[in-house]
Design a protein around this ligand. Sequence first.
Ligand SMILES: NC(=O)c1ccc[n+]([C@@H]2O[C@H](COP(=O)([O-])OP(=O)(O)OC[C@H]3O[C@@H](n4cnc5c(N)ncnc54)[C@H](O)[C@@H]3O)[C@@H](O)[C@H]2O)c1
Ligand SMILES: O=C(O)C[C@H](O)C(=O)O
Length: 369
Amino acid sequence: MMLRSIKSLATSPSSHILRRGYASEAVPDRKVAVLGAAGGIGQPLALLMKLNPLVSSLALYDIANTPGVAADVGHINTRSEVSGYSGEAELGKALEGADVVIIPAGVPRKPGMTRDDLFNINAGIVKGLCQAIAKYCPHVSIEILLKQVCLYATALVNMISNPVNSTVPIAAEVLKKAGKYDEKRLFGVTTLDVVRAKTFYAGKAKVPVAEVNVPVVGGHAGITILPLFSQATPKANLSDAEITALTKRTQDGGTEVVEAKAGKGSATLSMAYAGAIFADACLKGLNGAPDVVECSYVQSTITELPFFASKVPRCFAPLSDVALVRLGKNGVEEVLGLGPLSDYEKEGLEKLKPELQSSIEKGIKFANQ
Ligand SMILES: NC(=O)c1ccc[n+]([C@@H]2O[C@H](COP(=O)([O-])OP(=O)(O)OC[C@H]3O[C@@H](n4cnc5c(N)ncnc54)[C@H](O)[C@@H]3O)[C@@H](O)[C@H]2O)c1
Ligand SMILES: O=C(O)C[C@H](O)C(=O)O
């Protein structure tokens, strides 16, 4: 959807008029910050966010090499103004006023490693970045009738850095400690699992990939990734063996890429695509679009686990209307239930819980040390 609108904008003879229209009237200004923007994911993600007409300001931050990426992406003739920030001293400026902060900062896997093997390095990176988000992203609340009413909350945080099953709980704890945690604004990006499940299902079921929908729930590592092919549409008559093979391929999709890259990192291009889809959904939600539904790893009560990926319809009110969210008339946010599961999926759900629980606890413990 996003790519279609980008394409039509870019090919329209009056595209610059449209862009001016976006900037001044129809579409609100939105700042997106990418932390880790000079990396394998960061660079193509910066490109895709530059192509998104919902973005008016694109801040690219990394510990090094960001000026070149910003200069390069900044020459593209689309709506957003691009700025590059390098080194910790500039992190505050990158984050100031951001509506959406996307975090693909951190080391990727090499063959033979699990995502959890990245914990020792990435946990510290994510902790530092979330402390900065708490400090520099806006948060204003007032007290009405002894109730704290949030007028302007922290940016929506899209966590890509692995292990997502632990980095999201780390982010939550860091933001809580700073008094800036809003569970409706922190997302583990699991969109790549959905993207893969759709691609693999379409291939097996011989249906047009553009029409395919497959929810993927749980977490983002191995067996914690639980695609619900029983709910896939368009429906196809796949055998149990085919469903098992599709499930396994989706769960091992990241490893398939890590092995094919043979030491040169993990998925970057498909991840940038998935990250751009998810950020676009966040921006649409912020802008008040109805029925924006994506799977994401969020704080949840749909199972006994405190964090869980499931379908999340987001209907964020524009920030000036946040009071309506609290009244529940607009900006209603809800974590959708899992829907009916096959016996195979029920079994998968029970199997994933201990691993997911221990990754969550590991993240919480680290953040509170
Ligand atoms: N959620 C997912 O589905 C998914 C998919 C693919 C990769 N990933 C994860 O994304 C992360 C990044 O992968 P990559 O391939 O882009 O790695 P990369 O090494 O190519 O890029 C990472 C970037 O992060 C930067 N960085 C390091 N510390 C930083 C800090 N403190 N602040 C800002 N930037 C910092 C590095 O300078 C580098 O440019 C990895 O942890 C990887 O496992 C997640
Ligand atoms: O597999 C990885 O290490 C990266 C990412 O989580 C993926 O699913 O591709």
